[in-house]
Design a protein. Structure first.
Lengths: 157, 794
């Protein structure tokens, strides 16, 4: 089947097998390998991207379901050389170790902070339920998101 | 170690982060080689069965299928080897059955590979797997180690009677320990299960095997913790191909926690088959494969007795453990429940008599090997559970009981190391210090008042202590050899100063989250007085790094870092010779500090960069000195390192549901000197959550047929962000006396310390409500805790 998608601002047209997962389309066809595949069951969240502005688990969507959609992946989050506040904050707060879950964590947080900019630490812990990290113990991820939330508010004010 | 620019001890932000936060990490599955094909495996649905037929005819005809390999096709190839040898008490060698690349006659665990399909695409490979028909005759499974050693239990391997791989003993003679315990004023007895854990690195294992016919050279990309060891094991012991014709690359690796130490059958199969088909082959585990095919951890059944005299002093400890090894011996399997477990049963205490007896048992389950902490969490869980329970039983305070039994402080320099009853000599320690600090952070007295008040209001609050020690910095080769290691456990560090004074470091340690690219660069920056950006740390490629033993056992900094320091010392020594020539001074009169070689007592100096250039452009150069500034060193540690600490958990137990809420978690860890406190704290955090995971959430659940019933993230409960509190962490510093950095290692501390603290806290909460339970099986689900609070049913 033919699909038309816009990924990180670039338009693509591809003929794909109906069973091709969106995550495999991004990784194998577009070679955007920053989106990772951890569990194929939408639980670990390593494959989180934005579809039409909302966080989605790309292992749980077929590429054909994304036809006509606008997609943002971790590769498209920074504006040229300027890192997104979440990217900065993850580095500042040691919010990553092996880095495998990190793109999904950042993309998930980028979505929920848009809707809910004033989250407490506890709120963030709850909001991260859909993303697993085995390295950091989450502590520094929560701190990083708190810091980024502050910075994002400054930017929008 | 001389120090100069103050980079040691700084929370430097990580060099490696940029590529990960921008999606530019390069994990094995991100790599696509020209002409790459894909593999998928036919895996056994049974835990134990005879293979009767394997029919590949229909599959062969499917689109895209390139080759199908069955057990018969690789029967001539060796199995994957075992890196450690443990002997029976009578001196016989452990039973070491072949671990074949593909099974031809019999399967012994769910997931055992029977055939491998290679196809043009991943989907085509999976389609062909579905089309392969395997006929099995199901045999009886045996899952539990206690069942497996019973007479008449099904045999996993014919060559291992009663399914026993080895029996093993360490410590004081049994009769001496028996005497000590029988004369004790109080004996605390515990029968414990340290449940089977599934490591669950979030990056699934992934490999690409490739063969370059022109140069007759294999390349394996692998998500491994130790590329050189994989190269050695695979080339010399499995495939029988020349080691110099094999290149192993471990690129970015998404967590390991032990599970990526080992040499797995898929690595060897893909490498071998890439020559057969003349094209690269990739395989990446799906999560359900990770659950059954990554080596698991722990799985002990233990009975332990700890005797105390009337003053609350420990007089003896007796331990008998059955260790489930699974269906095959994995690379490190035999050493984990023996030399990494029995040797730690001294804990932090002056226990005068200790005997530990361990039987390693085969079952029809996934292999069990090192999982973060490896043996040391099992030992710590046992000792620390015994301590808190003994305190409750004797009506003593658990902290006071510990103070009463701690080994007194010793620095390992002026005071000698502490010789344990179980073979080790601790390097340096101040055990009272960490508990004192932890109690201050907790506010112990206030907590006990609050607990009393809570119990009067019908609430169950509990505090649990864990004062742990671990043996890290694996390992002095001579000791490791005596303990059964079939390899040395040194590390290699090469420092190549480039002509412009920039520095490339090549380390045999492998970073998969630990931040070596930052910590190691800090050491170099500090020693040479050059900026961090002038340094690059290279690791993970057997063709660029001379050799290496990899990353596990909290060894990277203590062993790998020390190897780099040795090379830095050689660089500085040679630099002084060159500087002496340039400055027309005596070599002994040259000082090196802050990146400058200076003639003592003068202002005559030359920069490190100038010396580097001179070494490579040696027009005006000391006679007889070789050009170049590039040194490689092997560092073999004199002893293990012994980090220790105190972990304290505070929980509230819901009386109605048995639900456990972890309210606070305090840790005071002494990991020796600290190079980067931010990274150390991160290691502790992650370790703690894995420890909490074992206490409250995780555990492999097999049914009696050997099926893993919770082999997905829907069913296996990994801790999530809202399951754990934010942590209160602190450090104490007791330097390691025997390595140049004074470091002890921080990778496993959290996992070792946390588990008993949490379980002890729940038991303490229950006792505060009058429920005098001795033990609750981990993980402490609300059902198990609720049942523990119910009156016994007659």
């Amino acid at each position: 089947m033919e699909i038309h998608v816009k990924v990180n601002g670039v338009e693509y047209h591809h003929e794909v097998e109906p069973r091709l997962l969106l995550v495999h389309y991004l990784r194998d066809v577009l070679r955007l390998t920053g989106t990772h595949l951890g569990c194929e069951t939408s639980v670990c969240g390593a494959c989180t991207i934005h579809v039409d502005g909302k966080a989605a688990k790309s292992c749980n969507m077929l590429a054909v379901q994304a036809d006509g959609c606008e997609i943002l992946t971790i590769e498209g989050l920074a504006k040229k050389d300027e890192l997104h506040p979440l990217q900065e904050a993850f580095k500042e707060n040691h919010g990553l170790q092996c880095g495998f879950c990190t793109p999904g964590m950042i993309m998930a947080a980028a979505d929920f902070l848009q809707d809910m900019p004033n989250l407490s630490e506890e709120d963030i812990q709850h909001a991260l339920k859909g993303n697993l990290c085995r390295c950091t113990g989450y502590h520094n991820i929560v701190k990083a998101i708190m810091q980024a939330a502050e910075k994002m508010k400054e930017v929008t004010v | 170690m001389s120090s100069s620019n103050g980079m040691i001890g700084q929370a430097v932000k990580r060099v490696e982060d940029k590529r990960f936060i921008t999606g530019k990490g390069r994990f094995t599955d991100d790599i696509v080689l020209a002409g790459q094909t894909y593999a998928a495996f036919v895996r056994s649905p049974y835990a134990h069965a005879k293979i009767l037929t394997v029919d590949i005819e229909a599959a062969k005809e499917l689109p895209g299928v390139i080759k199908i390999v069955t057990g018969a096709d690789v029967a001539h190839i060796n199995g994957v080897p075992v890196g450690w040898q443990v002997n029976f008490k009578n001196g016989d060698t452990m039973k070491e059955p072949k671990h074949p690349l593909l099974l031809a006659d019999k399967v012994r665990q769910v997931g055992d590979p029977v055939a491998m399909v290679i196809a043009e695409t991943r989907e085509q490979a999976v389609d062909a797997v579905e089309a392969i028909q395997v006929g099995y005759e199901e045999l009886t499974a045996v899952v539990n180690a206690a069942e497996a050693i019973k007479p008449g239990a099904p045999l996993v391997h014919q060559e291992a009677p009663n399914n026993i791989c080895f029996d093993w003993e360490l410590g004081n003679p049994k009769e001496e320990v028996e005497e000590a315990i029988s004369g004790a004023a109080h004996v605390t007895t515990l029968e414990l299960v340290n449940q089977r854990m599934i490591p669950n690195a979030i990056e699934p294992r992934s490999y690409i095997g490739s063969y370059d016919a022109a140069n007759e050279k294999y390349t394996l990309y692998t998500s491994t913790q130790n590329p050189h060891l994989i190269r050695l094991l695979m080339s010399a012991f499995v495939l029988g191909v020349p080691e110099h014709k094999v290149r192993v690359i471990g690129p970015d690796v998404g967590g390991g926690f032990g599970s990526k130490i080992f040499h797995y059958t898929e690595e060897a199969l893909l490498t071998w088959a890439s020559k057969e088909i003349g094209r690269p082959i990739k395989w990446t585990a799906e999560r359900h494969e990770s659950f059954i095919m990554d080596a698991h951890g722990r799985d002990h059944i233990t009975k332990a007795e700890m005797g105390f005299d009337e003053d609350g002093k420990i007089v003896g400890l007796r331990v008998k453990t059955l260790a489930n090894l699974g269906a095959y011996l994995s690379t490190f399997s035999p050493c984990v429940p023996t030399y990494l477990y029995g040797t730690l049963l001294q804990g932090l205490y002056t226990t005068p008599k200790i005997n530990v007896d361990v039987t390693g048992v085969f079952t029809t389950t996934s292999p069990v090997d090192a999982y973060r902490g490896a043996g040391r969490p099992e030992a710590t869980y046992l000792i620390e559970r015994l301590m808190d329970l003994a305190a409750l039983e004797m009506g003593r305070d658990p902290a006071a009981l510990r103070f009463n039994n701690f080994i007194p402080p010793f620095d390992g320099v002026d005071q000698p190391g502490y010789q344990t009853q179980v073979a080790l000599q601790y390097d340096s320690g101040n055990y009272e210090g960490v508990l004192t600090k932890g109690m201050e952070m907790l506010g112990y007295t206030q907590f006990r008042e609050k607990q009393k008040e809570a119990s009067q209001n019908g609430k169950l609050l509990g505090v649990g202590f864990s004062t742990y020690i671990e043996a890290c910095g694996l390992a002095p080769s001579s000791i490791a050899g005596a303990l059964g290691a079939r390899a040395g456990l040194y590390e290699v560090g090469q420092v190549r100063v480039q002509p412009t004074g920039k520095v490339s470091v090549f380390t045999g340690s492998h970073s998969h989250g630990q931040g070596h690219e930052t910590t190691f660069a800090q050491i170099v920056s500090n020693q040479l007085g050059i900026p961090m950006e002038d340094i690059e740390i290279n690791h993970g490629d057997s063709d660029s790094v001379a050799f290496g033993m990899g990353t596990y056992g909290s060894r990277s900094l203590a062993v790998g870092g020390s190897a780099i320091v040795k090379s830095l010392d050689k660089i500085i020594e040679k630099g002084k010779k060159i500087a002496a020539h340039k400055l027309e001074a005596n070599e002994d009169d040259i000082d090196f500090a802050h990146g400058n070689f200076t003639v003592k007592g003068t202002d005559k100096s030359v920069t490190f960069g100038d010396i580097a250039l001179t070494a490579y452009v040696p027009h005006d150069y000391p006679t007889g000195l070789e050009p170049g500034l590039d040194f490689s060193s092997f560092y073999d540690p004199a002893n293990f390192t012994y980090p220790f600490g105190c972990h304290i958990a505070v929980v509230e137990v819901d009386k109605e549901t048995g639900g456990v809420k972890l309210k606070r978690f305090i840790s005071v860890d002494d990991v020796g000197n600290i190079i980067n406190p931010m990274i150390v704290e991160g290691q502790i955090h992650g370790g703690i959550v894995q420890g909490i995971g074992q206490a409250l959430f995780e555990g492999a659940a097999y049914d009696e047929n050997g099926q893993l019933t919770n082999g997905s993230y829907m069913d296996y409960c990994l801790p999530r962000a809202d399951d754990v509190p934010l942590f209160e962490t602190a450090n104490q510093v007791t330097p390691c006396p025997h390595n140049p950095l004074g470091v002890k290692g921080a990778g496993e501390a959290g996992t070792i310390g946390a588990t008993p603290a949490v379980v002890n806290a729940v038991i303490d909460a229950l006792w505060s409500g009058g429920h005098k339970v001795k033990d609750i099986l981990m993980p402490l689900t609300s059902e198990r805790v609720w049942r523990a609070m119910q009156p016994p049913v007659n």
